[in-house]
Design a protein around this ligand. Structure first.
Ligand code: ATP
Ligand code: MG
Length: 259
């Protein structure tokens, strides 16, 4: 197993939980985040989050709010460039909001340490998911996650094999990630995420590059796992089949929509 620096999103180092007494004030923020309808037990809350990229005038998010409950999959729609990927980056702590609050499991996250703790439960399929494949073989790529979580090399490899099997990707195990097709890379990246047994998924355009058969398999896998998720996609049929609620990001605001 190569000794590489841990990448974000499910491949991060262990971070100790903050003591409960440092979480004072969270309840205030939760009470102030009612913009989208949702259940009372939120896994994730974005409360009036604003963000502007440096050297850009127009804000990407302007006091945008959302909630994700434990039994929900929220489909996120929006035009190209509307800020969907930026929204997930902010929720994962890869970007810092200029104002507003982000809470994971009721805990306000402000520092990198807070977000590192939250990301241990998160499986994040980036829009550019190729970054997840950097080992000599796909098997090692997939084993990296559990190894980084502290499992032994043998156990990590066994988990990786099982995950690749369950996704119908065993034939890719010995291949190098760079030699895979776009769709194969997307599925291999998904294996890198699912092997860590995340409690919540962030999926940024997961059906891109997938043929109808692979898309159907992905749909079946995600339906079967039934994990809470934020799912960005322009594939409305995919979202309709998978998600419990939908929202659209437009002009920096998040609004509920029906599909
Ligand atoms: N690092 C950056 N610096 C400056 N501007 C950026 C940066 N990253 C993204 N942007 C801009 O922010 C806006 C939102 O980008 P983002 O990637 O979040 O859009 P998106 O909704 O995910 O689009 P798509 O559907 O094309 O993936 C775009 O106008 C983009 O050009
Ligand atoms: Mg995007």
């Amino acid at each position: 197993m190569p000794a590489q620096e841990a990448a974000p999103c499910g491949r991060q180092d262990h971070a100790p939980a903050r003591p409960p007494d440092q979480n004072r004030g969270d309840a205030v923020l939760i009470r102030n985040a009612p913009d989208l309808p949702g259940p009372s037990r939120e896994l994730l809350v974005l409360d009036a989050v604003s963000f502007t990229y440096p050297q850009r005038e127009k804000p990407i998010l302007s006091r945008a709010s959302l909630r994700l409950g434990a039994d929900e999959r929220l489909g996120i729609l929006g035009d190209n460039g509307s800020g969907k990927s930026t929204l997930l980056h902010l929720a994962a702590g890869l970007l810092k909001p200029s104002s507003g609050g982000i809470l994971h499991q009721g805990r306000i996250c402000r520092t990198e340490k807070d977000f590192a703790e939250a990301r241990r439960r998160l499986g994040y399929l980036l829009q550019q998911s190729d970054d997840m494949l950097f080992c000599p073989t796909v098997l090692e790529d997939v084993a990296f996650g559990p190894y980084n979580q502290g499992k032994s090399a043998a156990e990590s490899e066994s988990l990786a094999k099982n995950t690749l099997d369950s996704l119908g990707l065993a034939h890719l195990a010995a291949r190098n990630g760079n030699s895979l097709s776009g769709g194969e890379r997307k599925l291999a990246a998904l294996a890198c995420i699912l092997v860590t047994q995340p409690q919540i998924l962030f999926l940024d355009e997961p059906t891109n590059d997938l043929d109808p058969k692979a898309r159907q398999r992905l749909l079946a896998i995600l339906t079967d796992r039934s994990l809470p998720a934020l799912i960005i996609s322009h594939d409305q049929d995919f979202l309709r089949r998978l998600c419990t609620r939908f929202c659209v990001l437009k002009n920096g605001a998040i609004n509920a929509v029906s599909l």
